[in-house]
Design a protein around this ligand. Sequence first.
Ligand SMILES: [Zn+2]
Length: 181
Amino acid sequence: MMATTHATMGVLLATPLFWVAPEFAVPAALAAMAGGVFPDLDLGVLEHRKTLHYPEHYWPLAAAAFGIAVGAPSTLTVAAAFFVLSAAVHSVTDAFGGGLGARPWANDDQRGVYSHTRRRWIRPRRWIRYDGAPEDLLAVVVLSIPGLALYDGLVRRLTVAMLAVSVVYTFARKRLPDLLD
Ligand SMILES: [Zn+2]
């Protein structure tokens, strides 16, 4: 899945705040966007889908962060809670995408996301066959609806930017391995 898919999913996770605590809706959405992208910062230098991907460990952290946010609600505590929640959801949902490897549509790689608890890779389920697949773009479009319809200002502008990046990435995706070779 594209980082933008995870980021827009984060915004969706934050939208209930519009009804619960609207004063925190925007910082929560921005933090959830950042938390949705965060695990993929292990792309390149570190070991992708392993170093910053924790399908299990982010959850107790998220629970603790939400406990703190409910007990002492502030922009910082609420933002931290949604950052960790979004990273947790990202780490789990990567298992529903494709494998690693330069051409994930070839199904030649069985690494979905690394489970640090089980010390092995979780196999990719390929509901979204690879990052930048047409169904991945469809997911971004659908997940962008809250960011476009409910928010204004920075959240909406970032959502529009992520949509644009996702469209370009989807169209260029299959040519990328050749460019990098
Ligand atoms: Zn990831």
